[in-house]
Design a protein around this ligand. Structure first.
Ligand code: SF4
Ligand code: SF4
Ligand code: SF4
Length: 255
């Protein structure tokens, strides 16, 4: 599963971000914690946001932002405890909280600064778009895609979406000749086409080389340190999960 975002069709209605919150049971009342220059960015409670941008011609464009579901995800490669894994069937890069040791290496590793942390929670987890993997497993489109009223979001087979994107670009002179996500850091499952250069819309300019090529080489040079650190973090996670379970048992006993 991949998703093609056509920025020229987005009207900024935010149906997609509302659908994401509904489907993932995120809090509608919480204030966004990550606002820079008046633009709301992702946080632990906002797995997708619509950012209003103004291009060099003073035209307004709306940009949907969420995890890119990289083909070679740096977040997963940085995670010693396998709490983030690429599902080759759905294409989703999925977070498994029960395996997480809270080291937050994934936050640092992500070249798009997508993964966030639940700093306010007693037992915090990493938070990011899961690509609605359970829906995708059952052949459904992600919730945000289903909610989009303008056709700005299309889900489907990645190769077919890429072919469609190339066809649109070659047949309509408004579009720039760049599909963001086709090759960036090795490519991802979220692809964007636009009539405005991506750097004018706040997209990061990144290399086509997957970040995993660096993390793999670094980890191979520090195997002892990595193993010791992983063991320490696994112990810490076990302790935290036990505390969590004890707290739940105490609460159950009181009810
Ligand atoms: S965009 Fe970041 S969080 Fe998402 S899969 Fe890629 S590296 Fe991981
Ligand atoms: S794919 Fe699912 S989790 Fe990701 S932004 Fe869309 S609705 Fe949210
Ligand atoms: S639902 Fe579609 S048109 Fe509305 S903000 Fe999201 S991507 Fe844009």
């Amino acid at each position: 599963m991949a998703v093609l975002v056509d920025i020229t069709k987005c009207i900024g209605c935010e149906s997609c971000s509302v659908a994401c919150k509904l489907y993932n049971k995120l809090d509608f009342k919480k204030e966004p914690r990550n606002v820079k220059d008046g633009i709301i960015d992702l946080d632990d409670n906002n797995w997708t946001v619509i950012q209003q941008r103004v291009n060099k011609n003073d035209d307004i464009r709306f940009v949907k932002k969420q995890c890119m579901h990289c083909k070679e995800p740096a977040c997963a490669s940085a995670c010693f405890s396998k709490a983030i894994q690429k599902d080759e069937n759905t294409g989703a890069v999925v977070y498994y909280p029960d395996l997480c040791v809270g080291c937050r290496y994934c936050l640092v590793a992500c070249p798009f600064e997508i993964a966030k942390y639940q700093w306010d929670e007693q037992f915090p987890q990493v938070a990011k778009c899961q690509m609605c993997d359970k829906r995708v497993e059952h052949g459904e489109a992600p919730a945000c895609v289903s909610a989009c009223p303008t056709g700005a979001l299309t889900s489907g087979n990645r190769d077919e979406l890429l072919a469609k994107a190339h066809k649109i670009i070659s047949s309509d002179s408004r579009y720039i000749n760049h599909i963001y996500g086709e090759n960036e850091v090795g490519g991802g499952e979220w692809l964007y086409i636009s009539d405005t250069p991506f750097e004018e819309l706040g997209f990061k300019t990144v290399s086509d080389v997957p970040v995993t090529s660096y993390t793999k080489s670094y980890l191979s040079k520090v195997p002892v340190l990595a193993s010791a650190w992983a063991l320490f973090l696994a112990g810490l996670a076990y302790y935290n999960h036990r505390c969590d379970q004890n707290k739940k048992s105490d609460n159950d006993g009181k009810e």
